[in-house]
Design a protein around this ligand. Structure first.
Ligand SMILES: C[S@@+](CC[C@H](N)C(=O)[O-])C[C@H]1O[C@@H](n2cnc3c(N)ncnc32)[C@H](O)[C@@H]1O
Length: 381
């Protein structure tokens, strides 16, 4: 497994690599959504390269940071422009500052001025610590569901990250759309959040907000919002159960289950439907190793690229997005001339975007039905 994609949280040390998580493991609650039930989550280990950076972060910043479930970043960030949505006091922005290096740039966006002021007080400390000739970070006060009101320009960013933030916000669709707009085609959205296995009844929302999970998203809604925004289907990197610590809340929510998960997806370029190249299947070979992923690139929980091994990626739009992404030099892409299409159509209920700026979640809101079509190309026998 790639060590560059194996970070763990510096604040959550337990190792649950052996756990097999299933939201249905206790009893079948009749929920048709259970995208996590087949996941054997791995709490990926922090590579030594990332641990060494975390050790260099100012202790006051670490002390004030949110107890995030994961602190993980995608590889190959050197020279990239990265945006951290909901950066808080900036721990991840400073870690990313080191990862992008002298020629990269990191923007942290948060709506909380006090946290941003605290983060700004530590900008020069980290530039000096990392040996940068000048700071490469900038903190922007703004709403992550209104990125169009910030200085961040469309098609200008290589990578967007976000850590334990989207579940706070009601208008998740606007956050995902905003992230997609600022990314360049082939750009990567890599983010951790809390997901729920069924809509949260309205009467529990206030109770759950104290647990930071009142706004947890259903993963089908994530797929819907991401693909509608112009991303590839999100790929699940890793997941683990989110343990509700308050007994009263646990009793109240009953069979409702939560998971913390990291997804990654890539911005597809806008093309006219009739000329879409997304359905051309490719065989990919991981040819040039990424730093700290010399043997294997841990792309997601079901897809790992072994160096030199030829692989047919089940989702042709992922192969296409990778061919535009910063990973493109690491792969060779061979189109499969003779392939057949397998189409899967799923019906999901969509949660409408919120009409206001309320911080509560969207459970209990009336839902409309939408279909998600997944096309997979496989080589003909
Ligand atoms: C749980 S903290 C996570 C902070 C940081 N990502 C970390 O992992 O340490 C959530 C952050 O989201 C920010 N936030 C919540 N709603 C926001 C919004 N609409 N726009 C920008 N930031 C927001 C909060 O101010 C807070 O800093």
């Amino acid at each position: 497994m790639s060590s560059s994609t194996e970070p763990k949280s510096p604040v959550n040390e337990q190792d649950d690599t052996e756990t097999t998580y299933s939201v249905n493991e206790e009893e079948d609650d009749g929920s048709e959504m259970d995208g996590f039930s087949n996941v054997k989550p791995k709490l990926l280990k922090t590579p030594s390269i990332l641990n060494a950076i975390i050790d260099q972060i100012h202790p006051d910043v670490i002390a004030k940071s949110h107890q995030s479930n994961f602190v993980l970043f995608p590889p190959k960030l050197e020279g990239c422009t990265v945006v951290d949505l909901g950066c808080g006091v900036g721990r991840d922005v400073f870690i990313l500052s080191k990862l992008v290096g002298e020629n990269g740039h990191v923007f942290g966006v948060d709506s909380d001025k006090e946290q941003l002021d605290f983060a700004r007080q530590h900008v020069h400390y980290h530039a000096k610590k990392f040996g940068l000739s000048k700071t490469n970070v900038e903190f922007i006060e703004g709403e992550i569901d209104r990125l169009e009101d910030t200085k961040l320009k469309e098609n200008s960013v290589d990578v967007v990250v976000s850590n334990s933030v989207v579940n706070y916000r009601r208008d998740k669709k606007a956050i995902i759309e905003g992230a997609c707009k600022i990314l360049k085609p082939g750009g990567e959205f890599y983010f951790s959040d809390v997901y729920v296995n069924r809509p949260i009844p309205a009467e529990y929302q206030e109770l759950l907000s104290g647990e930071y999970i009142g706004g947890a998203l259903r993963w089908e809604d994530l797929i819907l919002y991401a693909t509608e925004a112009g991303f590839t289907q999100p790929r699940l990197v890793t997941a683990k159960p989110y343990v509700v610590t308050n007994d009263d809340i646990q009793k109240a929510i009953g069979k409702t289950k939560f998971v913390s998960a990291i997804f990654r997806c890539f911005k597809l370029p806008h093309v006219e439907a009739e000329v879409t190249p997304f359905n051309i299947p490719y065989q990919l070979t991981y040819e040039t190793p990424l730093v700290s992923a010399e043997d294997e690139f841990f792309f997601d929980h079901s897809l790992q690229f072994k160096l030199g091994e030829l692989l047919v990626v089940d989702d042709p739009s992922i192969a296409f997005a990778l061919s535009l992404s910063r990973y493109k030099e690491n792969f060779t892409f061979d189109p499969i001339a003779d392939a057949e299409t397998v189409t899967v159509i799923e019906t999901v209920e969509e949660i409408p975007a919120a009409q206001d700026n309320d911080d509560t979640n969207n459970g209990g809101v009336s839902r409309k039905t939408t279909t998600i079509t997944t096309t997979t190309m496989i080589p003909k026998e």
